[in-house]
Design a protein around this ligand. Sequence first.
Ligand SMILES: *Cc1c(COP(=O)(O)O)cnc(C)c1O
Length: 230
Amino acid sequence: MTDIPYNLASVRTRIAAACKAAGRPGTAVELLAVSKTFGPAEIRQAQAAGQRAFGENYLQEALDKQAQLADLALEWHFIGPVQSNKTRPLAERFDWVHGVERLKIAQRLSEQRPAALPPLDVCVQVNVSGEASKSGCAPAETLELCRAVARLPRLRLRGLMAIPAPAAAAADRRAPFRALRGLFDELRRSGLEVDTISAGMSDDLEDAIAEGSTLVRVGSALFGSRPPKA
Ligand SMILES: *Cc1c(COP(=O)(O)O)cnc(C)c1O
């Protein structure tokens, strides 16, 4: 049996230690619990142990869980790839969308965000590892895309998100996180009021925090390993 409260405490300890090692305050990094493939029962356990923000990758699965957890005050983050024909439920049902990589998607999210809700928090996803297969905008296009997203009325640009390639092969495991931080600093210098670097997962959150991540997205270290995707 996965002991979710125990895992949550362990991950929080890892985050605190990584912040300390980096000379950053322990409050500098937020934990997003990635609950994809896990059910409402696991989310309830994490919530009871003090976790409020949850990340989901698959739209229909997320909407089903939201319906079953409507009695809880949770913060929902969509961290999967965004398809342009599925932006409406994202705009209507989520607090954050991390994977914005094209202006067209951002425009749709802005147009579809209900007036009764606060602006949708978004991160622009950057392909820092530079592989053709990975999603995210090119580093060189990031500033221009962020400027355009920041002008959209119903979105609030919070910062950048990345999913670097698994570190095993890389000589410098921190390099992609450092590159992301460099782009974030460039946004700030250009006057954009961004505050979020969404980077780091179960296996590499220490590397991400050492390079300035402000939000780590952690799944398996909290909920256990996931069944392989069909
Ligand atoms: C699944 C996923 C995570 C969590 O990964 P773990 O290795 O289980 O911590 C984080 N971010 C994104 C975008 C994911 O798809």
